[in-house]
Design a protein around this ligand. Sequence first.
Ligand code: ATP
Ligand code: MG
Length: 625
Amino acid sequence: MRVSRLMLVTLRDDPAEAEIPSHKLLLRAGYIRRLSPGIYAYLPLLWRVLRKVSAIVREELDATGALETLLPQLQPAELWQRSGRWAGYTAGEGIMFHLQDRQGRKLGLGPTHEEVITALAADLLRSYRQLPVNLYQIQTKFRDEIRPRFGLMRGREFIMKDGYSFHADEASLRETYAAMDQAYRRIFSRCGLRAVAVEADSGAIGGSASQEFMVTADAGEDLILASPDGSYAANQERAVSLAPEAVPLPGGARADGQGEPLATPGQASIEDLCAGHGFAPSQTVKVLLLLARFEAGLVQPVLVSLRGDQQLNEVKLANALTARLGGDHGALLAVAPLARETVRDWAVPLGLEAIPFGAIGPHLADAVLAAGGSAGAAAPPGGSKPALGRAFLRLADHTAAELPAFVCGANAADTHLVGASWGTLAPRPETLDLRAAQPGDRCQHDPSQQLEASRGIEVGHIFQLGRKYSSALGATFTNEAGTDEPLWMGCYGIGVSRLAQAAVEQHHDANGICWPTAIAPFEVIVVIANAADDGQRTLGEQLYADLQAAGIEALLDDRGERAGVKFKDADLLGIPWRVVVGRGAAEGQVELVQRSGSHKQELATSAVVDMLLGRLAVERAGVAT
Ligand code: ATP
Ligand code: MG
C-alpha cells in the first residue's frame, strides 16, 4: 500500500475529544475518525489491525474445535422477553438500541447473543450425542452506553468476538471453560498484550463462575485488586477481603443496648460526627436508604447498614436485590437514593416528611413509608405504575453486623445514639458481604498479605452460564438415560476493537504508536526521503516490490513531503520497521530502523529482505513484552 493513496491525515496536536494516550494517538495517526459519540469509522490502517487481531482469534479458537458462525444482529423482542431481559436492557439504564418494524414488531440491535444462540440450540440440539458444541462469531455489536468514551474503548458500535458453548453436564462446561481460558491467554499474548485474568462479577448476563482478562494500563476503567503473591486477583466489583479491625467503642453497649442519646447538631455525615466527638468511623453504623425499581412495577425501599468506615459495593447490592426480589418482580431496573429527586422522577407515592435524614439509625420504623407523597406527578421511565413496598428490605454488611456496640443515628433530628447494639436497638438484619474491598485490605486467603490496586482494561470475559438461558428458552436435550433436561451453557467474549486500542495504550512512546508486530497494520514502512530524486525513487520502489515478493507486509511512503515530515509520520503510525531510502541510495545503501527497541543500521539494499525475514520470523509469533 502507498501512503500517497491512503487518505492519510495526521495531526500534530492532540484532538480535544481525546483524553487518554491511545485515543489521542489513533486519532492523530489517522486510524479512526469519529462520526458521532461512540461511533467510529475504522480507516484502512486500523482495519488491517482489526483483521490481524481477528485472524489470531480465529486461529486459536479453531484450534480448540470451536466453529465460526454469523448470527443476526436484528433480534426479536420476544426472545428477550422469554429470557426475562427485554425490560432490563431497554428501560431505565438499559443499553439495547431497539426499534419497531413496519408491522409494529419490536426488535433490538444485538448487544450480545445469548438469546439468539439459545433459540438455535433449542431448535437444533436434541441429543447428548451432539454435545458439546462451541460456536463463535466476530461481529459488530451495538450498545447504547451511558458514557461512551475513550474512543474504541467504550463505543456504542464496536467489534466483538462472542462465543457460546452447549454441554450435557457441568463437567463438560468446565472443560470448555478451561480450554477457553487457555486460548484467551494465548490470544492476548500473541497480540503482544500483557493481560491478567481476574475473578469477575457475572453482571446482567447471569450465571456462576466468570473471569475477566484485563490489559494492565493506567487508563483502564476497571480497578483490579490482587494479592502480592499473585494467587488472588479480582475486579473490585467482585473482590472480597478482610476489613480492618474495628476500634472497640469505649464503654461498650449502654442503656441495655438502646444507646445513650447524644446531641449532634449539624453533624449529618460520619466525618462530621467523628470529628465532633472523637469517634473512629469504624465505631459507627451508617445507614443508606435506597429505592430499587423492578420491571413489574415494584419500588422496594431498602435500608443498608454499613460500618462507618466502609463503602457500599453497588454491584454486590444489585446482585443481592436481584436474588431476593428478581424472581417475583422481574429485572432490577435501577437503584437510587431514597431522596426527593428519585421520588419525583419515579412518581413513587411516598412522602419524606417522616424520614430523619442525617440521623437515620438501623431501627428506622417501616411506618415512615406510610406517608403518601406526590404519586402520579411523572410517569416512571419505562416501567409500569410503581407499587411501593411497605416494609424496608433490611440488609447489613458483615462488618456492621459484627459490631457489639456502635454509634448510630437516633432517628430524631440532630441526635445520635452511643453504645447501641443489635438485637436490642434494632432486630438483627440479614447479613451479607456488601462492602467494597479496598487496596490495603488484608487478603482472605492469607491475612498477612494486603490487596494491591492496579488499573485494567477489560478485553475479554468468560462465563459459566449454567442453565439460565436454556431453561428460560426451552433449550433441552435428551440425556443418556433418555430424559429431557436443559443444556449447560458457557459464553466467551473478546472486545476486538477495544483490544486494538488497548494494545496502543500498552505500546506507545512520546513520538507515537509502537505496534506489536503480530497486529501491526504493516511490518515495514519504506520511506523515500526525497521523492523528487529519481535514484531514491527507483530504489525505494524496487525495495517495496522485493519486500512484498518475500511475503513481508510493506507500506511505501512515496509522498512528496519533506523527509522530516515523513519520519515523524512513520513514528506516529508505529510500523515496527522502517527502511529509509536516502542519500546512500546511489551506493545502494539504506538505513534500517526499529520503531521500538534499539536496532538501527546502514546496510546494502540487497541485505534488507533477509535481515527482516530473520527478525520477523520471531516477531510474528508474538509474545507479550
Ligand atoms: P464493560 O464492563 O467494559 O462495560 P461488559 O462486561 O459489559 O464490558 P461483555 O458483555 O463482557 O462486556 O462483553 C465482552 C467484551 O466486549 C468485553 O470484555 C469488552 O472487551 C468488550 N466490550 C464491551 N462493551 C464494549 C464497548 N462499549 N466498546 C468496546 N468494547 C466493549
Ligand atoms: Mg464483561
